[in-house]
Design a protein around this ligand. Structure first.
Ligand SMILES: Cc1cc2nc3c(=O)[nH]c(=O)nc-3n(C[C@H](O)[C@H](O)[C@H](O)COP(=O)(O)O)c2cc1C
Length: 201
């Protein structure tokens, strides 16, 4: 039987948890090295549909996604909005821009949960991706003004973050410091630092 070779980053990045968590949570991480393999249209729609099943305040679903496949002019426009620390993202087959509608559609009032809910949708998208051996990387490092101008984002919407999506490849195809980051173990605070029984000490 053929052995399927997996990028070495997979083992380096698996979460070492104190308590058992689902494998999709252990295995999701923010990759930078993407294989030269497209994300099919239906696959992308699956990821976006998964995002839409996140819960949201009043079921407002304040998220909006722009998407572009590598090679399309919009992909380059998205890539050009990213800050230098995210310039590895041109290796991804798909870029997304997640946005929030800041006001409730029903009454125009400010929705203070909008950013929270877009974050929840992004995370749901990325967990669906993890279940399909697809990796994603959220990027808040972008030029906001350039993004607003490029995508003609109206005042009642806010660009939340870009996300690169793709299948994983070897860290070696990246330049430093990104190659090293692709193999650096993921770390989290101890539970005792953020979970309290009733009141904070
Ligand atoms: C809103 C948001 C913005 C982020 N912005 C960037 C970014 O601009 N560049 C980057 O390399 N990673 C970015 N990240 C990824 C985080 O650095 C990463 O999630 C964190 O280090 C934990 O690593 P993990 O996702 O592999 O567990 C961002 C993540 C989030 C949620």
């Amino acid at each position: 039987m053929d052995t399927i070779l997996q990028p070495e980053s997979i083992n380096a990045k698996e979460a070492a948890t104190q308590y058992p968590v689902h494998e999709f949570i252990r295995q999701r991480w923010s990759a930078r090295s993407f294989a030269d393999r497209p994300i099919e249209h239906d696959t992308l729609m699956t990821l976006l549909e998964a995002a839409s099943w996140a819960s949201s305040s009043m079921n407002e679903q304040p998220w909006v996604y722009l998407y572009a496949h590598k090679g399309e002019p919009v992909f380059q426009q998205m890539y050009d909005c990213l800050l230098p620390g995210n310039r590895w993202a041109d290796g991804a087959p798909v870029l997304l821009l997640s946005l929030a509608r800041k006001n409730f559609a029903s009454n125009g009032k400010h929705n203070r949960h909008a950013l929270h809910d877009v974050g929840a949708a992004n995370t749901t998208l990325l967990l669906q991706a993890a279940a399909m051996d697809i990796f994603g990387h959220q990027m808040g490092g972008f030029d906001m003004q350039k993004t607003i101008e490029t995508f003609q984002i109206p005042d009642d919407m806010e660009a939340v973050c870009f996300i690169s999506i793709g299948y994983l490849d070897e860290p070696e195809k990246l330049e430093e410091p990104f190659r090293t980051r692709e193999l650096t173990p993921r770390k989290r605070k101890e539970l005792a630092e953020f979970a309290f029984a009733g009141k904070m000490i």
